[in-house]
Write a protein that binds this ligand. Structure first.
Ligand SMILES: [Zn+2]
Length: 291
């Protein structure tokens, strides 16, 4: 991945719709609060809409009740969303339709490799057909481009080989479930998203998502990738690294603002509603640190 030029001026979309898209694998932690807050403030400071989508496709990892816990926590932090909350598990037919379009264009092919055969960067061994005795295990998107360039509102101009780190990537498992990359692209399109603000850990997915958008004839979306919070060992805060749950309170909200490099309200603005109101008025994406 190549990064240069600290920040490129690009006008925000005339109509702004953004989103926060948590997986219901556990309660909101400081890292996910930072993502929610950054995307909320960017949207609201530009008069945009901010939606919440629950990314619950990986049903083995879902934790019962985590979705409502996350939503109550967002409300507690004053991050009120627009419209209905959308659940990915209710949208299979949209993913199926997009998948069939890709298949008809010859852009997906069946792969018979096991997880260990495919390794972390897939070599494309099933592009020419399944080998003898191999059965379909997944369907992969055929990457035909060697470079994708996009302008990130925080990270600058990004150029990346979309195959880097993944090779031709899985869009659907043969036994049913659609992959994250396809579902996200289809949802962002059908929900009318114009700008995605999310953690920089997801930036390596962005070129693959841009390729899917182009192949499906969707308009390209603008991107801003936020720094991600890490624990004392340098690990990304997540359920896997046992990040503690956050509870709504002004100090945690101020810590999230500070983490992003955003202006803190004067000390007399003590409650969450006042802090959020001040932060929308004083939001400046250029203050957000890269990493
Ligand atoms: Zn294969």
């Amino acid at each position: 991945m190549v990064q240069d030029e600290p920040y490129l001026e690009t006008a925000p979309p005339e109509f702004y719709r953004g989103r926060f898209a948590p997986s219901p694998t556990g309660p909101l932690h400081f890292g996910s609060l930072v993502s929610a807050l950054g995307s909320y403030l960017d949207a609201k400071s530009l008069g945009g809409e901010w939606l919440v989508r629950i990314e619950d496709l990986d049903q083995d990892r879902n934790q019962p009740g985590a979705d409502s816990e996350i939503l109550r926590c967002l409300e507690g932090f004053g991050l009120w969303w627009d419209g209905e909350v959308v659940y990915q598990t209710h949208r299979q037919e949209l993913y199926e339709f997009a998948f069939e379009s890709l298949r008809q264009m010859g852009l997906v092919y069946p792969c018979g490799c096991t997880r260990s055969e495919a390794a972390s960067t897939y070599s494309g061994r099933c592009r020419a057909g399944l080998g003898n005795g191999k059965k379909e295990r997944s369907f992969r998107y055929k990457i035909n481009e060697s470079i994708v360039i996009f302008n990130d509102f925080i990270q600058g101009k990004i150029s990346q080989d979309p195959a880097f780190g993944s090779g031709d990537f899985v869009v659907k498992r043969a036994d049913g479930p659609f992959a994250y990359q396809l579902a996200v692209v289809v949802d962002d399109y059908h929900q009318g998203m114009t700008r995605i603000v999310r953690g920089v850990d997801l930036m390596e997915s962005t070129p693959r998502q841009i390729l899917l958008q182009r192949s499906l004839g969707y308009p390209q979306i603008q991107y801003a990738h936020l720094p991600i919070a890490r624990n004392a060992n340098g690990e990304k805060l997540s359920k896997q690294t046992r990040a503690p749950a956050v509870m709504p309170n002004p100090d945690t909200l101020l810590a999230a603002l500070e983490f992003l490099g955003l202006e803190s309200p004067p000390a007399e603005e003590k409650n969450i509603t006042e802090i959020i109101k001040f932060s929308i008025q004083h939001f400046d994406v250029k203050r957000i640190s890269k990493k």
